[in-house]
Design a protein around this ligand. Structure first.
Ligand code: ZN
Length: 376
C-alpha cells in the first residue's frame, strides 16, 4: 500500500539527467492477457521519448532499464492481475522497483531526473486506507481496509464483555425490560465508539464507514465524539449476521467512492465560490508563477495530461518557455511535466495537492498571499 512517506522517499531520489524511468502500466485481469504485456510496455516506452531544445540529447528509455522493467513485470505480474503497477528504473542509480497500486490509474511512461509521482498522489487520494465498523445492538466488528485488503482491526466487541453494572437485569420487571435493552444498546454503542477511537488514536485518523441495520447507524452516529464524526464518510445498511469480510469490503468501497466524488465536487465548488481577492488563481501560467513564489496552499490538478516545459537549474523556476527567471534559457532544463513539477513544489512548500476530474481552469491554486497583478 503506497503511503505519503513512500512518495517522500521516492522524491529524494535524483538522477544526474532525465534518465530515471517511471512507468505506470495496467496489468490485465485475465492471465491470458499477460502475453501482450511486453508489447504494450514497448508502446508506453515510446511515449517517454523526448527531443527538442533544453533536452541534452534525445531522451529515450535505455536498454538496461527496459530490461529491468520487463524482468520485474515478468516475475510479479501474476500477483498483480488487474492492478496498475508503478515501476521505477534507473540503471545508473541501481534503482529497479515495482509498486502495485490499489486502484486503476492513467498509464504513462516518463523519463525525468526524479520519479514521476502524480499518479501515486492520486492513488493515495482515491484509495485511502479506511475503517469499517459493523454493529448491531449487541456486537461490533471493526475492520481496516487498505489497498483493497480487509483485515480485522479489533476483536469483535460483544455486549457483556464489559461490565456496566448489569446485575439488576434478571430481576427487572417485564415492563422495564425493553427500556433496559435500549440502555444496554446505548452502552454498547458507546463501547463501539470507544473502540473506534482507540483504533484512530493507535494508527491515525482514517475515513470511517458504518454498517448495520437501518436504525443502528443513527444511534451509533449520535454517540460518536466530534473527532470521529469528522472522519465519518458514510454508511451502508445490511444485516450484520449475513455479512462476510468480502461483502463488507464491497459495500464499504462504494461508500468510499461516493464520499470521494462528493469531496471532489465540494472542493471544486468551494474554489469557485472564493471571493476574487487575488488568493485564487487558475490556469497553468498563473499556477507556475505562484509555485515559483512558494505561495501555493492548495493545488488542484487534473489526473491526466503531461505538459512539457522548463525548470531553471539555478533557482528552480518553472515556466513553459524557459525564460521565466533572470537566469535565462541557458540555465533551463526541459522537464516532461510542469503539472508534476508544480505539484512537487507545492508539497515541498508544505502545501496540499488534490487531483480533481475537472479542476477550474484546467489547473488551479489557492494561495497563501495574493500575487502581484501582472502574474495573475
Ligand atoms: Zn532561475
Amino acid at each position: 500500500m503506497i503511503s505519503r512517506a513512500e512518495v517522500e522517499k521516492l522524491l529524494e531520489v535524483r538522477a544526474a539527467g532525465p534518465s530515471l524511468l517511471s512507468l505506470y502500466v495496467q496489468v490485465p485481469l485475465d492471465p491470458a492477457g499477460l502475453r501482450g504485456l511486453a508489447a504494450h510496455i514497448g508502446e508506453l516506452f515510446a511515449l517517454a521519448v523526448r527531443d527538442g531544445p533544453g533536452a541534452p540529447a534525445a531522451v529515450r528509455v535505455r536498454a538496461a532499464d527496459a530490461q529491468a522493467v520487463r524482468g520485474l513485470l515478468a516475475s510479479g505480474a501474476r500477483d498483480w492481475l488487474g492492478h496498475t503497477v508503478a515501476v521505477f528504473a534507473c540503471a545508473e542509480l541501481g534503482l529497479a522497483e515495482a509498486i502495485p497500486l490499489p486502484c486503476p490509474l492513467p498509464e504513462r511512461a516518463v523519463l525525468a531526473a526524479r520519479p514521476h509521482v502524480r499518479p501515486l498522489l492520486l492513488a493515495i487520494q482515491r484509495c485511502p486506507a479506511y475503517r469499517v465498523a459493523v454493529a448491531d445492538r449487541r456486537h461490533t466488528w471493526l475492520f481496516s481496509i487498505a489497498g483493497g485488503q480487509i483485515s480485522t482491526a479489533a476483536l469483535p466487541l460483544a455486549e457483556g464483555m464489559r461490565s456496566h453494572g448489569f446485575s439488576g437485569w434478571y430481576g427487572l420487571q417485564a415492563h422495564r425490560v425493553n427500556e433496559r435493552i435500549i440502555q444496554l444498546a446505548r452502552h454498547h454503542y458507546r463501547d463501539t465508539a470507544a473502540l473506534i477511537e482507540q483504533a484512530s488514536r493507535a494508527s491515525g485518523p482514517e475515513p470511517l464507514v458504518l454498517g448495520g441495520h437501518q436504525d443502528t447507524i443513527p444511534q451509533l452516529l449520535a454517540v460518536l465524539p466530534p473527532g470521529l464524526r469528522d472522519q465519518f464518510a458514510g454508511s451502508f445498511a445490511a444485516d450484520p449476521h449475513t455479512l462476510t469480510p468480502a461483502k463488507v469490503r464491497d459495500l464499504a468501497s462504494h461508500v468510499i467512492q461516493d464520499w470521494q466524488t462528493a469531496h471532489d465536487q465540494h472542493a471544486a465548488a468551494e474554489f469557485r465560490q472564493e471571493p476574487p481577492d487575488g488568493r485564487t488563481v487558475t490556469g497553468l501560467n498563473a499556477c507556475l508563477a505562484a509555485a515559483n513564489r512558494h505561495a501555493i496552499r492548495l493545488l488542484l490538478v487534473p489526473a491526466g495530461g503531461l505538459v512539457p516545459g522548463y525548470a531553471c537549474q539555478q533557482c528552480g523556476a518553472l515556466s513553459s518557455t524557459g525564460d521565466g527567471c533572470p537566469h535565462g534559457t541557458a540555465q533551463s532544463l526541459a522537464v516532461p511535466d510542469l503539472i508534476e513539477e508544480a505539484a512537487v513544489a507545492t508539497l515541498t512548500d508544505h502545501g496540499r495537492v488534490r487531483t480533481l476530474p475537472d479542476p477550474p481552469g484546467g489547473i488551479a491554486a489557492r494561495l497563501r498571499y495574493p500575487l502581484p497583478d501582472q502574474l495573475r
